[in-house]
Write a protein that binds this ligand. Sequence first.
Ligand SMILES: C[S@@+](CC[C@H](N)C(=O)[O-])C[C@H]1O[C@@H](n2cnc3c(N)ncnc32)[C@H](O)[C@@H]1O
Length: 159
Amino acid sequence: MNISIVTVGKLKEKYLKQGIQEYLKRLSAYAKVEIIEVADEKASEMLSAAEMELVKQKEGERILAKISPDTYVITLAIDGKMKSSEELADSLDRLATYGKSKIAFVIGGSLGLSQAVLQRGNESLSFSKMTFPHQLMRLILVEQIYRAFRIIRGEPYHK
Ligand SMILES: C[S@@+](CC[C@H](N)C(=O)[O-])C[C@H]1O[C@@H](n2cnc3c(N)ncnc32)[C@H](O)[C@@H]1O
């Protein structure tokens, strides 16, 4: 299975980089996982609603340019569908069974995802009703993908 995680902006914090690298290393036993970063737009605190839409639209175009037509896309959004770790594992297992070998998880920038990206998504996944910083979301996501593979393989992992 080829999994890409399409994200907005460069990851700066060392502690997040280290955590993500650790899970990518562990995941290499189960799948090819790559992180694709697209450039973020400068977004000051003072933007109008129209300007915020434009930021999301521009970032969205960059995201969509990285996704091939045959990719199954899972957008991450606060108001997406919540799943347990077992349900996420089951979804990934089913996708593999039905021949969907290319999967992209998409994390928005500080203002979120554009409508165009949400519409491209085959499903939308929520990690709770809370808002997480997009850079921390990467770490949470790679851990949950790793957990999903351990569950699929029936391998022990702390609860
Ligand atoms: C800082 S959040 C954006 C907040 C923005 N107000 C919104 O509603 O999308 C940046 C990105 O992180 C991801 N994210 C943050 N919290 C999330 C959650 N609880 N569930 C799923 N994705 C989340 C989403 O992809 C979001 O676009």
